[in-house]
Design a protein around this ligand. Structure first.
Ligand code: ATP
Ligand code: MG
Length: 437
């Protein structure tokens, strides 16, 4: 063997920067949150939709708007090596959902309430609460134009905070009006910023005539004063737009949901009109928005569908989990019911069969696994049983098994006596585990 092909210790391969592994036990928190979100969606009759992670680049360019942070600098875009097709890892999923809804004519007999859950990709600077692969749950109500659906979506997110025990989240609302109202505002906005051009950074000066609304979204501290003084879209709204907003607010009032009006709230994509909203917390540093959304009545048409109104939101899972942690709120997670202790290898087949029965009855069960030198000592098996968090240890001892029994030990209650359980009482015991908390 020559020097060159001698086996060398392989270099470690690491995850892509800003893209995280979600490992146990943290992954259990993810599952618990997902389960809560899915239950919430079921209560509001939103149906699950699963669309591809990769979409044609044109979908996002057309859907989100060319002069947006996402399209200008945050997309993971590439050409398919085989056919040169321009593709992009989805940076958000509203455009994908709309594409699917149009492609499969899902609105043929009325509106659809849909939700999704999954990874999104944006090339941003990784920091707390901001990653390059992150996860969103999103809810979209398509084919509905009325303000009560905007309110329904807001109430749904609000209900989730309440259920999770999350406090101190501020709901901010604005109305972006309709295109004609926006055009009037746009002219006033350009005039205002032109008159204050000295105060603008180069990026804003470039965007001024392309997409002046984007300037309101700027986080540059030096520009805040001139942004604060800018004409407010709210002052350009006609009667219908105002009435739409008023109904949304009246429904929130009737549900005792508080909110603040934020005339600078414009959101990061161009597709919004009328109601836009964000749920914001001050507890996550500058990554304070945990959920954002609004109405997008023109997107379906823009993606080639028959014109239909729609409204939706997306929630950042990492930020919600982080907020739960910051507020020391735990997510109720299922505990292991049974850990099987095996004193002697001869008990393995019967123990495996018993556990299989338990699992079939809905009980969670883990069997001690042997190592290279066989089964560990009883002491070490009991240590593992304790560390597993299981409620009960089942001991498959040779003597008990000969009499058709196993020993049950309650691990979370040291005072409880050990008892023997006849294997013909198995089903009843499994049931009692299911009903006991
Ligand atoms: P931000 O202003 O924080 O960049 P955004 O307006 O770009 O947020 P949306 O596109 O509205 O965010 O996405 C909805 C939610 O997804 C956000 O409110 C946030 O909770 C989450 N989110 C967005 N970008 C990221 C990211 N890079 N990492 C983690 N979560 C994110
Ligand atoms: Mg962003």
């Amino acid at each position: 063997m020559t020097e060159a092909n001698a086996p060398r210790k392989a270099e470690k391969l690491l995850a892509v920067k800003g893209m995280n592994d979600i490992l146990p036990p943290d992954s259990a928190r993810w599952e618990a949150l997902e389960e809560r979100v899915r239950a919430l969606m079921r209560r509001y009759a939103y149906e699950n939709i699963r669309t591809p992670i990769v979409e044609p680049t044109a979908l996002f360019v057309r859907g989100l708007g060319e002069v947006t942070d996402i399209v200008e600098k945050e997309m993971y875009s590439f050409d398919d090596r085989l056919n040169g097709e321009a593709l992009t890892l989805r940076p958000e999923n509203t455009a994908g959902v709309v594409r699917a809804v149009v492609e499969h004519t899902l609105l043929y007999n009325g509106g659809k309430r849909l939700y999704y859950f999954g990874p999104m990709f944006r090339h941003e600077r990784p920091q707390r609460g901001r990653y390059r692969q992150f996860h969103q749950v999103g809810a979209e109500a398509l084919g509905f134009g009325g303000p009560e659906v905007d309110a329904e979506l807001i109430l749904m997110a609000h209900a989730l905070w309440k259920e999770l025990g999350i406090g101190g989240v501020e709901l901010q609302i604005n109305s972006l009006g309709q295109p004609d109202e926006r055009n009037l505002h746009r002219a006033a906005l350009i005039a205002h910023f032109e008159a204050n051009a000295d105060a603008l950074d180069p990026e804003s000066r470039r965007r001024l005539h392309l997409n002046p609304l984007r300037l309101l979204d700027s986080k540059n501290p030096a520009m805040q004063e001139v942004i604060e003084a800018a004409p407010k879209l709210m002052d350009f709204l006609g009667a219908a737009s105002k009435a739409h907003l008023d109904t949304v607010l009246a429904i929130l009032d009737a549900n005792r949901v508080s909110y603040v009006m934020n005339p600078r709230l414009v959101r990061g994509m161009d597709y919004y009109n009328l109601t836009v909203f964000e749920f914001v917390t001050t507890q996550l540093g500058s990554q304070g928005t945990i959920c954002g959304g609004g109405r997008y009545d023109y997107l379906i048409e823009q993606i080639g569908g028959k014109p239909a109104p729609a409204v939706g939101w997306a929630m950042g899972i990492e930020r919600v989990l982080e907020l739960l942690r910051a507020q020391e709120e735990s997510l109720a997670m299922p505990v292991l019911d049974v850990y099987a202790v095996i004193p002697d290898a001869s008990a393995l087949p019967l123990a495996a069969a018993c556990l299989q029965d338990l699992r079939g009855a809905g009980v969670s069960a883990l069997m001690h696994a042997s190592g290279e030198s066989g089964l560990a000592s009883m002491k070490s098996q009991f240590k593992k049983a304790d560390a597993s968090g299981a409620r009960y240890a089942l001991v498959f001892g040779a003597n008990e098994l000969a009499q058709g029994c196993v020993t049950v030990k309650a691990l979370r209650d040291p005072a409880a006596p050990q008892r023997t359980l006849a294997l013909d009482q198995w089903a009843g015991w499994a049931q009692s585990l299911q009903s006991a908390p």
